[in-house]
Design a protein around this ligand. Sequence first.
Ligand code: BGC
Length: 405
Amino acid sequence: MNKFPQNFLWGAATSAHQVEGQNIYNDWWQAEQGHLLKEASNSACRHYELYAQDFSIAQQLNHNCHRFSIEWSRIEPQEGNFQVLEIEHYRKIIADLRSKGLEPVVTLHHFTNPVWFSQKGGWTKFKLQKYFLRFVDRIVRELADQVQFWITINEPLVYSSHSYFLGVWPPQERSLFKTVKVTLNLAGAHTKAYQIIHQIYRQKNLVKPMVSIAANLQAFEICQPTAKNKLAAYLRNRLYNFYFIEKLLRKKTLDYIGVNYYSRNLVDVQSWRIKDLLAQTCPYNHHPLPKNSLGWDIYPEGLFKLLLAMKKYKLAVFITENGICTQDDKLRWDYIYQHLQQLHRVISAGVEVLGYIYWSLIDNFEWDKGFIPRFGLVQIDYQNQQRTVRESAKKLAEVFKSGEI
Ligand code: BGC
C-alpha cells in the first residue's frame, strides 16, 4: 500500500458560475443571453441554494477540503456597489464547510467578470486592475479569519487565450496583442493581490495565509522525434507551463503552486512557422490513449513528469484540479486511480504535495461546451436537481479515508 502524507488535503472543486445558477451580472451571463454561446448556464446546479446539501455529500465522502470561487459580480454587481448580503452568503458557505470538517480553498477569479468591468475593457486595461484589487481587499478583510488557502486567479493563460486569442469565451476576441496584454495584467494583478492578502493577515495578526494561482499544466509530448517537434515541445513547455509560474516565483508571490492537470498535448509540427511551433498537434491519433468525452488524452504519467520538473522550485504543490468528463464511471475511477498513483510516485521522488482536489464535486456548466460533459463525482439530474453519488466517488472516499492507494 502506498501511503500519502499526514494532514494531506483531499477534496473536490467547483466554481461559482459553473454551479451556482443565476449569475446575472457577469460577462458570461450576458454572452449567454445574447446567444453567443452554445448553451446558457441558467439555474446550473442551483448550488447557490443547495450548497449545504452538496457539502454534506462531500463530508460523507470523507473530503476534508473544498475549493470554490467567490463570484465578483454578485459582490459588486455595479461599480462600487458592494452587496453586504452576498458577502454574508459566502461567509455562511465557509462556516458550513468548516462545520463539516472541510478546509475552504477560495478562488477570487474563476473566468467570469462583472459586466461593468468588462464594458470598461476588463483585463485588457492595466488601469482597471485596481477594481479587482479593491474587490480582493474587501473580501479578504471580511473572510481572512476563516480562510487559510487563497487562489487569486484560476488558469490565467487559459482565460487570456480562450477569451482573447481563440475567441471562444467572452468577449470572444482574436488578438495576439490583447492576449499578451491580458496575460501580463493578470500576472500584475496576482502580484498585487498577493501583497494585499498578506498585508491584511499581518494587520489582523493572523497566521500567514497560503496564496497562489491555479496554473493549468499540460504534458507536451512529441509524436515523432524530429527537430521541429523537439523545439516545439520545449517552447510550449516553457511558454504555457512554466513562464507564468516562474514570473511569479521571481516576484516571490507564491506560497505554494496550485496545479490543474488534465491531459497530454501531442506535438507534431509540419513547418518552422511560429504559429505551428506553438500550436500544431498530431491529427492522426498516433500513440493512441484512452480519451475523455471531449476527446482529451488520458495521460497520468504527465502529472508525474510535470511535478518532477517543478521540484527545483523547492515549493510545495497543491493539485487544485484533476478530473475527467465521461459517462463511463469505470473510466472515471481508472483516471483518478492512475493519477493518484503518479501523484504518490512523485511524492516518493521528493516533491512536496499538500493535497489533491478532484474537478468537480458535481456535474456542472462546462463553459462553451455547455452541460453535456460530466465531470462530477456526483451526478446532477438537471430536470429535478437531484444528486446521485457515483461509484467512483465512493471508491475515492475509501482512499480519502485511509490516506493510501
Ligand atoms: C477549469 C474549470 C473547467 C475544467 C474542465 C479547468 O480548466 O478551471 O473551470 O471546468 O478545467 O475543463
